[in-house]
Structures are given as C-alpha cells and as structure tokens.
Write a protein that binds this ligand. Sequence first.
Ligand SMILES: [Zn+2]
Length: 289
Amino acid sequence: MPSFLANMDTNRTVLAYFCIAGLDILDDLDKISEERKQQMIDWVYQLQVCNAEELVSGFQGSTTLNTMDNNNQNSTYKWGHIATTYSSLLSLLILGDNLDRVDRKGIVQSLRSLQLEDGSFKGAKEGAENDMRFVFCAAAVSYILNDWSGIDVEKMVDFVLKSISYDGGIGQGPDLESHCGSTFCAVAALALSNNLEKLSKDQFHNLRRWLLYRLDTGFNGRPNKPSDTCYSFWTGGALKILNAYQFIESDDNPQFVLMTQDRYGGFSKWVGVFLMSIQYQIQCIPILD
Ligand SMILES: [Zn+2]
C-alpha cells in the first residue's frame, strides 16, 4: 500500500473485503481470473488462527505479527479479531469458497469469550473496546457459520434495546449518542438473529423516523452533522432492514455520492476531499525530505 496508508496494514483483510465485495456488487467479479481468486482464498486462509486453547481463533488482519519463527504456529498476540474474522469469512464466500477449511468450532468458542456481562462484545481478547460494532460482527459471524452457540442472544438483544436513545436512534452502548453506524449495527444484529420484533411499536416507529430525518443533501450520521458518503451504507442499510427506504423520495443522495467520485474512480467522504488530501500529501513531501 502507499506509505500514507501504512497504518492500515493491520486491517488488510478488511480492505480486501471492501474491494472483493465492491467488485461483486458491481457485477465485475469475473474480471478476476479463477487462478487469482484461488490465490486470494489461500491468502485469507493463511491468516487463520486456530488456537482454541487461548480462545483466540479467527482471522488476523494481516501478516504484520507473523515472523519466520512463528510461521504456521500459535504465538503471543497472534490472535483473530472479530472484525477481520467477519470480513475474511465474507471474502471467502464471495470468492466462491465453501468454508471447508474454516475452524468453525474454534471461532464459535472464541466468540463466547468475547461477550461481556452486559451482552456487548469486544473485538479481541485483550486491549479492545466493546460496543455495537462488535455486537454486529458477532451476530454476522454466527449467521455465516449458522451456529449461535457462541452468543448469549438474550443478553445481546438486551444490550441493543438498552442502547436506544431518547431521540429514537441507537448509540454504541447505553446512554451514548445516537449514530447511524451503531444504529445499522444494532438493527442488523437484531435482524440476523431474528429478533426485530423485540422492538416495541413505538421504538420501531421512532427508529424509522430518526433514520429518515438523516437525509440532507446526502445522508448524515447524526443531527447537525454534514452529509457523508459512508452513511449511504449505514443509514440506507438500516432503512432497508426496517423496510422504510421507500419513504425516501428524492434523488439527492445518489447525486451527492456521485459528486464525491474522483478522477481515479474512488469515492471520498465529502465533495473534493480526496483531491485535497492528495495535494496535502504532495505539499508534505518536501517537509519530510
Ligand atoms: Zn463517514
């Protein structure tokens, strides 16, 4: 990756998932040869950690912590992370793998060790936050593996319901500000675990209303924040799960998203931001020299 993205190195499986899923959504996955797809599948499997003893089974984000000494064996801090496990499993499925090399039992057992007393999940065994992002990852991994024995679902649902804020949206946890990212994660976790009906009539109505009000020029993620392309996914996705996307009547959001596309084909958060950051990089080069 380019040097200014070096800090993303530990999340390479997540970035790979965005690329693979992006091509799939664009119906262009056949632009990758079968041989290359197999290489990608093998690369993902190479990052699998099977360590039931320490309950850290899953997929790593990259080979950053793999050395010649610990290659193909378990070692300190060689752990799976719930978000990279989630994205690795999806990449494998999209690439046509049947998950037959996945250590299902190890992953499910390790999931169990990540759930906290309040029902939330942390991302990894130690040194990770616990919030709605990882609740979603845990639900998605359980859904993909078709095994919910790694989750206390009742506690998980309780955590989601307690995280509903006074305004109808959902935060990263109880008493935290409503946000479309955490709202998507919460709604998707309920839907994947077949628990959407645990929302009361009022909660359901208020949630849809709060999400619909996020449309500005594009979608924003919270009241009084500017529109940002990523909320096409978070807000749009939550509205679709709640069967409310059809109430958005304007074409403003697709227009907004197209305006953020740069000349290389990528999309930025806001209009003109990508070019600004490239100019910033160029300006910085003489200083770094
Ligand atoms: Zn964003």
